[in-house]
Each structure stands twice: as structure tokens, then as C-alpha cells.
Design a protein around this ligand. Structure first.
Ligand code: PMP
Length: 451
């Protein structure tokens, strides 16, 4: 085990707390600002200097194998040469012009080529932008207000998604998960009437709710393969049922592919599961770390946007540098083998699962391979977020806190959340995998101190 020093990171964090509210520009990074994981103290790098491939280098000179990958975007690895070149070339030609560029057409064409449900594409800037736009289209097209969504699924920081969904705020545990509760201050109370929140993978409840409220619901939002708050697949037939019920009740089916897009394959979760949603949202892995997002859907649904019956705008929508980055990213991904990529991930998952077995610590590793979660649990599988509910001091949570810190101490960075995930990039290699498995097995062994 190697001791990492965080002297400079800590000093900079003191300065950050003075200059930036809470010391970070995103609440999703609160573990680094608090140095707290589920109430347990953690030492971790808060300031990064640079990344290359699958590795990160922090301001204290520590090097890490990175499985956070910017929370998902960096699918080709940090500073991928082809993407960097495309960005530099485009930056020299200018960035925003308040007019179209041919690059936008090229990217839209690429997206419609790869995404089976995409006939038209609207480019925007973030996942939250994309899901906001999708809901606006759904409301305009149905004349209804409500949105049905699922516990543990995250679609952005807007009001309607801040109802009963996430444990992240204030580092509290599962505050209001699944309840008609606003998860933080400053959210319009009307959001409580806008959102219906159901546990995922529960077909009976979905059917009943659609029967009772279908004619009030504009859209059902789902992640195709749940990724937030634990990586978990849809149960057999569940997405198919969702597709059928939304059609029967005239509800727009939105598949939020902000994480799964380009991570489950070039065609996303909809290709992986062979489901055709009405609208889809993409962002993270689209441009290997540059700021871009897309809403895609049928011409019938999307066309009124162009007619200004539905108003959507954005100074930076389709701006050239991220579009160039996205085109370069997708062209690179087209050359890669997703089969090898998934296989490497599966080999790491197996190594971690073996660690649980060998150490006699109960746990499950779950995911498609390109991302996965490590759950400390007695269950054989995790089907929905409540399966990992527990009180903060539960031994499983304490074990996962030790696991996380032990990995940091061994030079491996994973998303510091019980419901978090490990993101693999195409830059991760066999050597990374071997070191990671070794570190994870040792870290699991270390959790045996908790009984
Ligand atoms: N949808 C999903 C599935 C996400 O995971 C996220 C972000 N984690 C968002 C939407 C929101 O994206 P952004 O943070 O870019 O606004």
C-alpha cells in the first residue's frame, strides 16, 4: 500500500471554499469537498492537474487509475489525441457563429445513423438541458403536465427531478427517496404535483399507476440500464411493458441515455435492449469530456420545435468545438471493439466478485462491463435502489467506506458512493485491470474488520 499525500489539495480546497460556494461547482462532487463518504471521513484527491488515458495525476503528484472518468464522459480516455486534434483545429476556425455549421449536420447524421429511434436531433449543452427539452416537447405534444420517473434514476437538477429521487444532497442518506418530498431547498413546490416517483423494476405498480394516472402523464422517463444510485439492469420484459403502456396511454416514452449512450454500444441502451423510445437524451460519452448533449426522436414529435410552437433556444446549442469533439469521439468509437471493451470490464468484475467469495464478505458486482457497481449486500442481485437501502451505520455501509478508502490508498479511484459505479474507458488496459483486481481484493479483505 502506498501512502498518498494530499497537502496541496487540502490547501487549495481551503481557498476554494472561500471562492466557490461549498468549494465545488457541482453538488455531485460533494464527497471531495466534505471529505466525507456516507458520514465516514475519507482522504481523496480534490484537485487534479491532468489526465492521460486511464490515469489521473493530482496536484500533489499522486497518480491514479481512474474509474470515475469525469462521472462518465471520458470514454476514450483522458486527452485522447484524435479528439484533442479535432478541438484544436476547430478552435482555430472560431467557436460560435449564431448560424448553422455543416459540422452540426455531420454530427446529426451520425447520431441518426447509430441511434435507431432518432430521425431528428436537437443539440444542446448538458444532460439537464436535454431532459428539460424532452419534457417540454412531451408536454407540448400531449397537453399534459405530469412526469413519471423512478427512484434512484437521475435526470438533472431541475425542479421536477428533485422530487423523491436522490440521496446526494447534504450527504444525507436517501433523504426522501421514493417519497413526495423535495430533496433540497429552493425547489418550486409545484414540482410535487408534477412528478410521480415509482420504484423501478416493479411491473405491477407501473401498470396500476398508468391505469390510474395515464391520462395526466406527459412522459415516462427512465434510464435504459439504471446507472445512477447503482448499476442495475431492467428485469426481463420491464422495458417492453413500459413501451406498451406508454403507447396505450398516449404517453411519451423518454429513454434517458445520458450515461448509457455510447457506453452500452454506439446505439445505446435502446440498441442493447432492442427498445424504441419516442425521445432519447444523450450527453456524457458523446464528446469524450466536452460539453454537449442531444435530444433525439421522431420527426413527428420533434418537428414542432422548428416551427416555434415549442420554444427551445440556447446560445451555445450546437457550438462548433464540442460538435467537432463529438464527431471525432464517435468516429474513434466506430473503430474500436466494444466486445473487447466489455470483456475487459467483465474480467475486472469477476476479479472483484472472486474477492468477495475468497474473503467470505457478502457482495455483488453488477453491470454490463463498461460500467458496474460494487454492492456490499447479502442479496444475490440488486434489482432496484431500495435493495441497498439501509441505515447509515449498517455494517455493509461501513464496509463499503473501508473498501473505498483502501482503494484510494492503493492508487485506484472509484466513484465514492455506495450506489456509485466504476466507469471503464477504452484506454484502460490489462495492466490496469490486473492492478485494480489486486487492489479490490485486498480492499475487500480489509473490510473483514467490520462484523
Ligand atoms: N441524466 C442522467 C441519466 C444522468 O446521469 C445525468 C447526470 N449524472 C443527467 C441526466 C444530468 O446531466 P448533467 O449533469 O450533464 O446536467
Amino acid at each position: 500500500m502506498r501512502p498518498a499525500s494530499f497537502v496541496k489539495s487540502r490547501k487549495l480546497m481551503e481557498k476554494a471554499r472561500k471562492l466557490i460556494p461549498g468549494g465545488t461547482n457541482s453538488g455531485a462532487r460533494s464527497t471531495i469537498t466534505r471529505g466525507l463518504y456516507e458520514g465516514f471521513k475519507v482522504n481523496m484527491p480534490a484537485f487534479i492537474e491532468r489526465g492521460k488515458g486511464s490515469h489521473l495525476f493530482d496536484v500533489d503528484g499522486n497518480e491514479w487509475i481512474d474509474y470515475i472518468m469525469g462521472f462518465g464522459p471520458v470514454i476514450l480516455g483522458h486527452a485522447n489525441p484524435a479528439v484533442v486534434r479535432a478541438v484544436k483545429d476547430q478552435a482555430e476556425k472560431g467557436t460560435v457563429f449564431a448560424a448553422n455549421t455543416e459540422l452540426e449536420l455531420k454530427l446529426s447524421e451520425k447520431l441518426t445513423e447509430h441511434i435507431s429511434s432518432a430521425e431528428q436531433v436537437l443539440l444542446t449543452n448538458s444532460g439537464s438541458d436535454a431532459t428539460s427539452i424532452a419534457l417540454r416537447i412531451a408536454r407540448a405534444q400531449t397537453g399534459r403536465q405530469k412526469v413519471l420517473k423512478f427512484e434512484g434514476h437521475y435526470h438533472g437538477w431541475h425542479d421536477w427531478d428533485m422530487v423523491g429521487n436522490t440521496a446526494a444532497v447534504f450527504g444525507t442518506f436517501a433523504r426522501g427517496m421514493g417519497q413526495r418530498t423535495l430533496m433540497a431547498d429552493g425547489i418550486a413546490e409545484s414540482a410535487l404535483n408534477d412528478a410521480i416517483v415509482l420504484p423501478w423494476n416493479n411491473p405491477e405498480l407501473l401498470e396500476k399507476t398508468m391505469k390510474m394516472h395515464g391520462d395526466e402523464i406527459a412522459a415516462v422517463f427512465t434510464e435504459g440500464y439504471q446507472s445512477n444510485f447503482g448499476v442495475m439492469p431492467p428485469e426481463k420484459g420491464y422495458l417492453e411493458l413500459m413501451r406498451k403502456l406508454t403507447k396505450d396511454h398516449g404517453v411519451i416514452f423518454v429513454m434517458d441515455e445520458v450515461i448509457t449512450g455510447f457506453r452500452l454500444g454506439l446505439g445505446g441502451a435502446q440498441e442493447y435492449f432492442n427498445i424504441k423510445p419516442d425521445l432519447s437524451t444523450f450527453s456524457k460519452a458523446m464528446a469524450n469530456g466536452f460539453t454537449i448533449a442531444a435530444v433525439t426522436g421522431t420527426t413527428e414529435l420533434m418537428e414542432p420545435v422548428a416551427e416555434d410552437r415549442i420554444y427551445i433556444a440556447g446560445t451555445f446549442n450546437g457550438s462548433s468545438v464540442p460538435v467537432a469533439a463529438s464527431l471525432a469521439t464517435i468516429k474513434e468509437l466506430e473503430k474500436r471493439s466494444y466486445e473487447d471493451y466489455f470483456a475487459l470490464g467483465k474480467s475486472i468484475m469477476k476479479g472483484i466478485q472472486d474477492g468477495f467469495t475468497d474473503s467470505h464478505v457478502p457482495g455483488v458486482v453488477q453491470g454490463p462491463g463498461s460500467m458496474f457497481s460494487v454492492f456490499f449486500t447479502d442479496k444475490d442481485k440488486i434489482a432496484f435502489t431500495r435493495d441497498v437501502y439501509s441505515i447509515p451505520q449498517h455494517p455493509h455501509i461501513r464496509r463499503s467506506a473501508i473498501f473505498y478508502q483502501e482503494l484510494v490508498d492503493r492508487g485506484v479511484l472509484v466513484s465514492p458512493a455506495r450506489y456509485g459505479r466504476m466507469y471503464l474507458s477504452f484506454a484502460h488496459g490489462k495492466q490496469d485491470a490486473d492492478r485494480t483486481i489486486e487492489a479490490c481484493q485486498a480492499a475487500i479483505k480489509a473490510t473483514k474488520q467490520i462484523s
